[in-house]
Write a protein that binds this ligand. Structure first.
Ligand SMILES: C[S@@+](CC[C@H](N)C(=O)[O-])C[C@H]1O[C@@H](n2cnc3c(N)ncnc32)[C@H](O)[C@@H]1O
Length: 117
């Protein structure tokens, strides 16, 4: 992948565009090539139903991402992410979202009181 990125000037954007083109949805999406926290500023509060966060997985980044997007999602909407088995993802999420609002579907972790059973 590193070699491919170098051939595209170090950017993953051309790969993303190609994947969206292949999937037939490139003309239906708007790409915002900005850091996630910056991109969040262009969305009105409670204006989106769903956001998938899959950026940096360290604690501080996850916390900042969730803080930036949580107010943008309508009540009843969804903030999704992956890699909940990463400590930074888990702690950053639980620190910014009330525990009762977090649902872990499959982290690969067994957490007492969270996904045991
Ligand atoms: C875990 S990877 C996910 C990649 C992507 N979801 C995919 O499937 O190809 C994280 C990606 O987010 C980017 N990233 C990290 N921090 C970011 C931020 N604050 N804003 C936007 N993108 C970020 C990284 O450069 C990397 O490409």
């Amino acid at each position: 992948m590193a070699q491919h990125l170098e051939s595209k000037g170090g950017s993953a954007l051309p790969f993303f565009e190609e994947n969206m083109r292949r999937g037939g949805v490139l003309d239906r999406i708007k790409i915002i090539a900005q850091p996630s926290v910056v991109a969040a500023r262009s969305f009105q509060p409670e204006s989106i139903d769903f956001v998938m966060i899959d950026g940096a997985h360290d604690y501080a980044s996850v916390r900042e991402d969730v803080r930036a997007w949580i107010s943008k999602v309508r009540p009843g909407g969804i903030i999704a992410g992956d890699d909940a088995n990463w400590p930074g993802v888990l702690i950053g999420t639980y620190e910014t979202i009330p525990c009762s609002e977090v649902e872990i579907l499959n982290s690969g972790l067994k957490m007492p009181g969270v996904n045991e059973g």
